[in-house]
Each structure stands twice: as structure tokens, then as C-alpha cells.
Design a protein around this ligand. Structure first.
Ligand SMILES: Cc1cc2nc3c(=O)[nH]c(=O)nc-3n(C[C@H](O)[C@H](O)[C@H](O)COP(=O)(O)O)c2cc1C
Ligand code: SF4
Length: 664
């Protein structure tokens, strides 16, 4: 039956002989869950099965190394080099198929970007020497014999994958790994049968395509390409239109149109939230028109209507989703069932690639990567009263989970609106996708049994009068006190309060500010004012190279580039303010010790914030069980707060665990 709203998205598709129930593909994502020697773990089975149950027609299992000794790209990477790992892959395949999806596996080799912790001297098509020391070899060059061996490795791994029951193979020819290194003129400087001109640079991917095809019979072979590297001298979509035809002739059945090269243009591989939704779709469209085989579009596709349009307009045959499946495993089912408002929206905050956790995770969805954990008993809170203080992301997530577990839940917020730090996070230019998450939490709260109290600060005395069974303190931070002449002046603002919309800066275009603080918040506040046409002097005690140093790395790269290009912003590094007066501030250079006065309309302080432990101490002193969440415990990101909430709930549940003797 045709879907009433998404007729293309939920129509079946024949992918080179594999019948897909809809057009939604889970993109390959390394989970960091693999065991010693790249084995499949029970956590893999649970993680992928949950996404298969979530309605995706095709799951592409994460990058799996074809020769770990030379190509391993991270500590916990999957491998399928020998029969030793076959049983695990078989179990994974069976679980995914049993949950109603088809399954491919992505074959990869890191080449020159193999992880140096495991590969002493990684190699690629051409040797690379240090930029600082031209005699120092950074990565070596493969010989022709090595290359022939690696081609074989792709073939033998594909054969084992077919034996494990995978429905098809995806070759990782994107993102700057080995196959992409051969294709790109930036990495392949050989002059032999494996490089020298565009055609010879395709010799390795073509050989890989043929080797895989020879081993997998009629199964589909998808080639994932970075269709454009977005680097001067790198692969462009014009090149890809030509290259892709050669791969089709060598047995490739379909393409997965990614972009970017890691690390040089990583912001095109996993773009931060400032990237426009669906910006890559036209690239998939160009590739599709150039080749007569199916093309999968991927990257920053979040809106189901946009996915539907991409299919309807012939830009793509299939739509792959990466991060949205981490944020919400049920994405596909929810769209199919008309529950789009229930989708936990991926904001592209990139917490999941920031190394915040050891294995796969999502800031908004602490279950991701923890699928093996048994659900908490739904009656755990029956007859009990929980109070949550603070309605930022950690507080809202806590209240929702507590209410779901049967606690009578009251959420107290001192301000006049819900959202806390999420509002401040969403305010700077390019970060408005955080509102998606805020709106989602508000919708969930509205439908929950949580009782919300606004303009309701709660102190120890009030708490004692209520006498709850437990308290979650998620009250956030307070501004770090500063010993600085003039800091209490009427012209001094707190960047956090400005971004929260709680302090009216009263400025209009043409006026000026000093933003004091070169951390992420300071840099973002500078952009915020610059966008209003206000001229900004960004004063940082650190060097320019250290601006926003704690920010997520992809976002940071783009933020720094934008700051440098912004005419409205003057960066003054290695400098501190020694005095504030009504006309502006005195700045002292740490290098020269020279002091100069800069006249501005406002000074906006962004010198960091600290947890406020006072309330926690009061609650503990009153003898009420207390859980400290997010910034109230340690200043961090939205993911830290939400994950704290989840851990607190799990620790409540842990008190009810009944020990059970093992049979062995
Ligand atoms: C945690 C994580 C791991 C990833 N690992 C892989 C991988 O193993 N192979 C690959 O080709 N792409 C990998 N990617 C890229 C995704 O497949 C996808 O192309 C990218 O996230 C953009 O799509 P999205 O906006 O839907 O997330 C990874 C992305 C994430 C977030
Ligand atoms: S951590 Fe952020 S970017 Fe990653 S999946 Fe979750 S919401 Fe998306």
C-alpha cells in the first residue's frame, strides 16, 4: 500500500537483486564496540538489532578492516580477516535479518591513516614526510606487491562476509582512507600502474571492485565515494562522474555518495550543525545522472519531507542516515507511523565523535551503545515523590525518566522558562538546531505527568517542608567571581545571561562591545554580537591558537575560520583586562605589559562558570537522597547532563538488582 505522506520513502526497492522494504538505509558508523582482534560483541548485536527493529530497510555495518596489521584505524575496530571472526559476524547478520532488515558490511583499510598505536608506520600510495622536518617519514609507500596483496585482502574478506550471510558489500572508498587515497591526486603521487594520471589512480579501486565482485557472486557491491573532497587539488564531483563509470564497468552495482576527506576536510564528512540540511543531495543527484546504477544520498538529512523530495525528484534512490539513527533508533518507524514529533532529533552537535565516551553514544540518547542494559522496572517509583531542581536538558531528561518510572515528579525552575543551558547553546549563529532538541523535550514534558513549576527557586528550607523521597539537583552553574575593578558596573554583562535572553544588552547595529574570554562561549558571544552589526573586540588571555580550545573539533575548526574572516570582530589574544570604567576597559598585553584603553559601549564577560554545590550540600545535610546532574556536578556539555540523568536513574535501579547465581 502506498504511504499517504511519504510514498517514495516507503516504497520497496530492488537494490541489484536485494529487495528492500523501504528507501531508508542506516549508514555505516564505527561503534568502537569490537573486542580483541576485531570480534563482534553482544553489544554490537543489541545495537544493530535495535536499529533494524526501528524500521530501516538496510543496515550497513561499520567499517571492518581487511588487514588489521597494516590498516587498523581504531582500537575497537571490527575485522573479518579470517574464519576466527566468522561466527560473530554470522550472529550479527542473523540478528539484523531476524529483525526485518537487510544487511551489508563495509570493508575498509586505513592506509596512511591507520592508527599509529597499532601500526608502527602506516603506508599509503605515496610516502608522506613531516612538514616541519622534510627528512622525517610520517607514512610510507606501498610497493606493487603490497598493493596486490591488499587487493586480495578485500577479496578474501568479501568472501568471508558472503559466507557470514551478508546480503551485500560496501567498499569504503571515501573519507581519505586507503581506497580514497589512491583515487585522490592529493595522496597518490605515484607514477606506475597504480598512479600517475586520473585513470591509473583508479587502478586500485577498480582492482578492489573486481576482486570483491569475483568473491560475492550476484550480491550487490556498493562503492562509498567522497564524491567531492572540497580541497584544492582534490577530487571534485566532475572527477567522480568519470571515475564512477569505471567502477561500474568493474562490477560495482551502486554508489553511496559521501563527501570530504579526513582530517583535511572532515567538516564535510560529519558536518557540524551549522551546515544546511540536505546540502549534499545535489551531489548525489549529479552522480546518479552520470551513472545508470542506484545512488544512496547521505549527510545532514533530517527532515523526512526532504528525504521524500530527494527521492521524488530523482536525486537519489535511497537515503542513508547516520547520526539520526544514534539519536533515535526508531526514526524510520516513527516517520512511517506519522509520529514525526516523537523523533528525538539529531542536532549534529557531534558529541558522538568527540571522544566523550569510549564507544558509540549520543548526547540526547544515553541508551545508544548501552542497548544490552535491561530496562528499568516501570514501577520502581510507585508511591514515591521525586523533585528535580533545574530545567536545563539534564533536569528535563531526569524529570521525564522519573515520571516514566512511576515517581510523582515535580520539576522546579527558578527562571521563567524551561530549557536552561540549551537556550544559551542555541543562541549563537549556526546553532539553532539545538532548538529542535529543546522543542522535543518540551513536547515530551507536555505529554508526561511531570508537574512543572516556573519562577520557582527552591532552597533547603522549602525542600524540607516538601519532604520528597529523592532530589535531583540540575540547577546549573553560577558565574565565576572576578576580582576586577569595575566588574559590577552597569555596562558589564554576563555572556551566559545575554545568550539566555535574560540580560538585555540594549545595543543596536553600529555600537561596540568587548567580549572578555576566548573560550567557546566567548567566541560564540562575539559572533552573536557581530551578527547584530555590533563591532566586537574579543579579548583573550590565551593565544589565538588556543581560542575555543575545549570546543568539539569539527565545530571548532569552522568557528575559528569564521571568526578570522569576520570584519566585525577584532581578536586581541594574550591580553587581559585590568580595569573597567564607564567608557570601556583598560587592556594589558601579556607580552609587552603595555596598557591601552579601548572605548566600547558594553563589556561582556565570558570567563567561565562553576558548579554551584551549595544546594547539593543542603539536600545532603537534610538526609534526602540526592543525585547531582550535569553542570551542577561538573560543567560540561548537554550530553554530560543527559547522561548523568540516565546514570542516576540506573543507580536507583541498581539498588533493586537481585543477585543471581551463574550455572557455571
Ligand atoms: C560515530 C560515527 C562513526 C562513523 N563511522 C563511519 C564508518 O565506519 N564508515 C563510514 O563510511 N562512515 C562513517 N561515519 C559517517 C557516516 O556514515 C555518515 O556518512 C555521516 O555521519 C553523515 O551522515 P549523517 O549526517 O546522517 O550522520 C561515521 C559517523 C559517525 C557519527
Ligand atoms: S550526539 Fe549529537 S550529532 Fe551525535 S547523534 Fe546525538 S544528537 Fe546527533
Amino acid at each position: 500500500m502506498t504511504h499517504p505522506n511519504f510514498p517514495h520513502l516507503f516504497s520497496p526497492f530492488d537494490l541489484a537483486g536485494v529487495q528492500l522494504k523501504n528507501r531508508l538505509v542506516m549508514a555505516p558508523m564505527s561503534t568502537g564496540l569490537a573486542g580483541e582482534n576485531g570480534t563482534v560483541q553482544p553489544s554490537h548485536v543489541a545495537f544493530y538489532r535495535e536499529r533494524a527493529l526501528g524500521g530501516f530497510a538496510l543496515i550497513v555495518v561499520e567499517f571492518t578492516c581487511v588487514e588489521a596489521a597494516t590498516g587498523r584505524s581504531e582500537k575497537h575496530q571490527l575485522a573479518l580477516e579470517s574464519r576466527a571472526n566468522l561466527d560473530g559476524h554470522k550472529r550479527l547478520v542473523d540478528a539484523i535479518k531476524g529483525a526485518g532488515a537487510k544487511v551489508f558490511v563495509q570493508l575498509q583499510h586505513g592506509g596512511r591513516f591507520a592508527d599509529k598505536r597499532f601500526v608502527a608506520l602506516p603506508k599509503g600510495p605515496s610516502a608522506v614526510y613531516s612538514r616541519k622536518d622534510a627528512t622525517k617519514l610520517v607514512s610510507g609507500e606501498y610497493t606493487s606487491d603490497d598493493i596486490n596483496r591488499l587487493v586480495d585482502r578485500f577479496g578474501t574478506t568479501a568472501r568471508l562476509a558472503a559466507e557470514a550471510g551478508y546480503d551485500g558489500i560496501e567498499v569504503h572508498g571515501a573519507h581519505g582512507y586507503l581506497v580514497a587515497q589512491f583515487i585522490s591526486p592529493l595522496c597518490n603521487r605515484r607514477d606506475d600502474e597504480w598512479g600517475g594520471d586520473a585513470e591509473r589512480r583508479m587502478a586500485f579501486p577498480i582492482a578492489v571492485s573486481k576482486a570483491v565482485r569475483a568473491e560475492i557472486g550476484q550480491r550487490p557491491l556498493v562503492f562509498r565515494l567522497s564524491v567531492d573532497e572540497f580541497l584544492p587539488g582534490g577530487i571534485t564531483i566532475d572527477d567522480t562522474e568519470v571515475n564512477a563509470k569505471m567502477l561500474v564497468a568493474a562490477g560495482t552495482s551502486a554508489f553511496h555518495a559521501s563527501t570530504g576527506q579526513g582530517p583535511a576536510s572532515f567538516e564535510r564528512v560529519m558536518e557540524p550543525m551549522s551546515a544546511p540540511e540536505g546540502w549534499r543531495i545535489p551531489y548525489a543527484g549529479r552522480l546518479r545522472r552520470a551513472v545508470q546504477v542506484p545512488v544512496i544520498a547521505v549527510g545532514q538529512i533530517r527532515d523526512p519531507a526532504m528525504a521524500e523530495d530527494a527521492l521524488a525528484s530523482g536525486e537519489a534512490d535511497l537515503i542513508a542516515m547516520g547520526r539520526p539513527t544514534l539519536a533515535d533508533a526508531q526514526w524510520a518507524n516513527k516517520v512511517r507511523d506519522g509520529r514525526i514529533d516523537d523523533i528525538r532529533p539529531c542536532t549534529s552537535c557531534n558529541w558522538c565523535i568527540s571522544g566523550a565516551t569510549e564507544s558509540v553514544s549520543c548526547a540526547e540518547n544515553p541508551r545508544t551503545g548501552n542497548e544490552l542494559e535491561a530496562p528499568v522496572d516501570a514501577d520502581i517509583g510507585e508511591g514515591k515523590h521525586a523533585i528535580v531542581i533545574g530545567a536545563g536538558p539534564g533536569g528535563m531528561a531526569s524529570a521525564l525518566m522519573l515520571a516514566e518510572l512511576g515517581f510523582k515528579t515535580d520539576l522546579y525552575e527558578a527562571r521563567d522558562s524551561l530549557g536552561g543551558g540549551l537556550i544559551a547553546s542555541a543562541a549563537p549563529p549556526g546553532k539553532d538546531k539545538f532548538y529542535w532538541y529543546l522543542d522535543y523535550l518540551l513536547r515530551r514534558l507536555e505529554r508526561s505527568k511531570v508537574k512543572v513549576h516556573l519562577n520557582a527557586p527552591l532552597d533547603a528550607v522549602a525542600l524540607a517542608a516538601i519532604n520528597p523521597d529523592l532530589v535531583f539537583v540540575a540547577a546549573g552553574t553560577r558565574q565565576r567571581p572576578m576580582d576586577l575593578e569595575g566588574i559590577d558596573g552597569a555596562n558589564v554583562l554576563d555572556s551566559y545571561e545575554v545568550l539566555m535572553g535574560q540580560q538585555d544588552h540594549g545595543l543596536t547595529a553600529g555600537q561596540s562591545v568587548i567580549v572578555y574570554g576566548g573560550g567557546e562561549t566567548g567566541c560564540e558571544t562575539a559572533e552573536y554580537f557581530a551578527k547584530l552589526g555590533i563591532s566586537v573586540t574579543l579579548v583573550s588571555r590565551s593565544s589565538e591558537a588556543d581560542l575555543a580550545r575545549a570546543a568539539e573539533f569539527v565545530y571548532r575548526k569552522m568557528l575559528i575560520e569564521r571568526l578570522a574572516k569576520n570584519d566585525q570582530i577584532t581578536i586581541v589574544p594574550n591580553t587581559h583586562i585590568v580595569r573597567i570604567d564607564e567608557q570601556g576597559a583598560e587592556l594589558m598585553s601579556q607580552e609587552t605589559q603595555l596598557i591601552r584603553h579601548v572605548a566600547v559601549d558594553r563589556i561582556v564577560v565570558a570567563q567561565g562558570r562553576d558548579p554551584d554545590y551549595a544546594l547539593v550540600e543542603d539536600v545532603l545535610a537534610a538526609g534526602v537522597p540526592c543525585y547531582t546532574i550535569g553542570d551542577s556536578r561538573k560543567t560540561g556539555r548537554i550530553g554530560n547532563a543527559v547522561h548523568d540523568a540516565y546514570k542516576a536513574i540506573r543507580s536507583i535501579a541498581a539498588e533493586r538488582v537481585v543477585p543471581r547465581e551463574l550455572a557455571c
